[in-house]
Design a protein. Structure first.
Length: 138
């Protein structure tokens, strides 16, 4: 995976997950290049989530998108049996989900709509992934 960076040093930052109503529902600490495209940021995030899960598989996967082997659950995705997850496959699913409006990303309270937009990030950068939940019913 190509990762930007330019002349800016990598930064350790917190990325939040929020509901559409703005309620924080989780976060992840990521070491990211100072300059990165949104596509690269999504892939970095998914790679880290999967690496953490694969290092210590549990009955729940807490990540941006549901692995094929899992069922949606209130606190993540319930794994029928712990299996090794392919981060590249998960990252591809996440990028596709973004393109299909499955979630959106706010950087400094501005919605980033282009996967190839270059972002300049530092420790103070406010980044939130907002998951959209389909409405149930007619």
């Amino acid at each position: 995976m190509s990762v930007g960076g330019g002349n800016l040093p990598p930064v350790l930052m917190t990325i939040r997950d929020e509901t559409a109503a703005g309620r924080a529902v989780g976060s992840i600490m990521l070491d990211v290049p100072g300059k990165v495209t949104l596509r690269e940021l999504i892939r970095l995030r998914v790679r880290e989530e999967v690496a953490r899960y694969n290092a210590q598989p549990t009955e729940r996967f807490r990540g941006l998108v549901r692995p094929t082997e899992a069922e949606a659950d209130l606190n993540g995705y319930l794994m029928r049996t712990p299996v090794r997850i392919d981060w590249q496959r998960q990252a591809d699913v996440a990028v596709t989900a973004f393109a299909r409006n499955g979630f959106f990303v706010l950087v400094a309270n501005r919605q980033v709509e282009d996967l190839d937009e270059e972002l300049t990030l530092d420790e103070a950068a406010d980044v939130a992934f907002v998951r959209l939940v389909p409405l149930v019913g007619g």
